[in-house]
Design a protein around this ligand. Sequence first.
Ligand code: ZN
Length: 382
Amino acid sequence: MRLIFKLLFSFIYILSFSSCIDDEVSDVIVIKGVTIFDGEIVFRNSNLIFCKDSIISISSENAYPKNAIVIEGYGKTVIPPMINAHVHVMDSINLFDAQRDGIFGMLDMFTTDSRANYFKGFNNRLYSSYYYSSNVGATVPGGHGTQFGINIPTINNLISPKQFVTDRLVAGADYIKITQESSMNVLSDSLLELVILEAKNSNLISIAHISDVRNAVKLAGFNINGLAHIWYRKGSIIDSIEIQELKSRSVFVIPTLSVIEEVIKSQIEEINYLKFSEVQSEVEKLLENDISILVGTDSPNFNLNYTTDYFNELELLHSCGLSNIEVLRSATSNIYKAFNLNEFTFLKSGGKSSFILLSGDPIERIEEIRNEKRIWKNGIEL
Ligand SMILES: [Zn+2]
């Protein structure tokens, strides 16, 4: 039986080359003897074989056609597309800059409907990072998100939670963002519950801005899918019962440590917020309790950029106790799973040939994520 399977596999394997080769030229590319992080686990000294827009195999054994193009992979690492799970895109340039550094997807966490549609117009461009958006976030008059002087719809006497969610769906939002900033006006508990419920009924996940742990736990109880920040207000130390609530509801967290560090630094007296080391301990508790952690920077707040500051966020997560593999999962597969991103998958045979070939080894030294990169998107080298 095993032999039959093996023969069948070899047949399919050879067949998968056939459309790529004629007598003279080959479209098969082999990255040879490379370290591969597939989104979940690491393969050392392996060959990544791909042809046009699909991966043929990841293996230390499989042979490849004689006329394949061989790229020496020694001392290099292949990783899948990285995603930034919390940004606010201001200009299409941001999308191009991110893609150039290997950040294939950007999740906008509050913008206007018209800007979101404008940026989605770039999604078929090879050199542009893929744009997703909540569009306008759910807030109330005087709530977080209304302070920027832009006229946005809020949940009020005229717009119910159901209407708000329907409007975002019609406008093409990919998920619903809720703001619950305790220093400003907030949605009542019953409105919060309704927004989350209406999002679920429309098959949209919901993510909340919070700064206080009590709001985080309350929202978990209302079945929020994710939190857009780690909590950082004074007194926001989660206890063991509260963290169980987050865990049992499978809430994911985008800590955005880069921006939280800046917020804490910006206060004149240390009265409003936790110390940054205390915030790091809160992230460590997420890790200890197997709560999914996602990489996001909240650029351009505090002038954070869409490129190198992303790598700084990876290093900050590592400083909270995440292993380098856990950091890389937070930048890739944790985000694909949390947001059901169909455009992005683990690296696997039959999967898309979209990945990064990096000089160095970020699994050993996370700072090497900043090293020189060659990037393939749908089989095309950028
Ligand atoms: Zn934000």
